[in-house]
Design a protein around this ligand. Structure first.
Ligand SMILES: Cc1cc2nc3c(=O)[nH]c(=O)nc-3n(C[C@H](O)[C@H](O)[C@H](O)COP(=O)(O)OP(=O)(O)OC[C@H]3O[C@@H](n4cnc5c(N)ncnc54)[C@H](O)[C@@H]3O)c2cc1C
Length: 221
């Protein structure tokens, strides 16, 4: 585990005095580190982590002491871009599955995909996905060029998560009652992609970041 811990009192900035450690979780269990599984709606395991007077060996320090917050923040841009690509993949999946089902499923003598009530939300989710893709690719290109594209990485994650959620919602509708049947796989993916409205950073915190750091508005929290 990469652990960010306070190793000195905050300086001029609250983020000063934090350090990163590479923690050996197996060795730390029972010596101040406790893991408790959280049964959850998503498709991978999740757990709570408790620290009680855990001693961390000094030689597990990553980089320079006190500079940890900067290291973590820089890795967050990469994480946001990565999650944004995952969201685009989810959106592509939902749109492909829902369009195929809408072409095939015949009700009252015509495919349900002939109805604008299904076509329009599908087309809108597609447009949102393609617009998000432009921002995700921009953020990735800036990151690959060695820059620190915080605003672009945040916007990429925001827009791609919203696009995947729009596509998830329309897929749930297009599949009708079968959307709820496990065998179709739609509800599983729908649960998974809902996560990205909240984690690894919630929509509200991205909007706060853009308001404060791009639009120069007062900090709101
Ligand atoms: C499945 C899963 C896996 C995760 N994996 C990891 C992981 O590997 N590593 C890790 O570090 N974290 C992980 N997280 C944690 C995740 O990053 C947080 O849950 C997420 O950032 C939201 O923080 P929180 O839960 O503390 O919500 P809170 O901060 O309590 O916020 C709750 C709600 O209030 C809103 N809110 C809070 N403050 C404000 C404000 N000032 N203005 C407006 N709205 C506000 C939020 O947007 C949110 O909707 C994981 C979470 C989940 C669900």
């Amino acid at each position: 585990m990469l652990l960010l811990a306070r190793t000195a009192p905050a300086g001029a900035k609250r983020s000063d005095g934090l350090s990163v450690f590479l923690l050996d979780m197996q060795a730390s269990k029972g010596r101040g580190l406790t893991l408790k599984k959280i049964p959850a709606m998503i498709n991978h395991n999740s757990c709570e982590v408790f620290f009680d007077d855990l001693e961390i060996p000094a030689d597990t320090l990553v980089g320079e002491a006190g500079k940890g917050f900067r290291y973590i923040v820089e890795s967050m841009n990469a994480e946001r871009i990565l999650i944004a690509y995952e969201c685009l993949g989810d959106a592509d999946y939902f749109l492909a599955r829902a369009s195929a089902y809408a072409r095939d499923r015949v009700v009252f003598g015509r495919p349900i995909g002939a109805n604008q009530g299904l076509q329009f939300p599908l087309a809108e989710a597609y447009a949102k996905t393609e617009a998000a893709r432009l921002m995700v690719e921009k953020a990735a290109a800036l990151f690959d060029a060695g820059q620190t594209p915080a605003a672009e990485a945040n916007m990429a994650k925001l827009l791609a998560a919203d696009a995947s959620w729009a596509a998830a919602e329309v897929a749930m509708q297009v599949f009708g009652g079968f959307a709820f049947a496990r065998e179709y796989g739609i509800e599983r993916k729908w649960r998974e992609t809902r996560l990205y409205q909240t984690a690894p950073i919630s929509r509200n915190m991205i909007l706060s970041y853009l308001a404060q750091h791009v639009l120069d508005l007062p900090r709101s929290y």
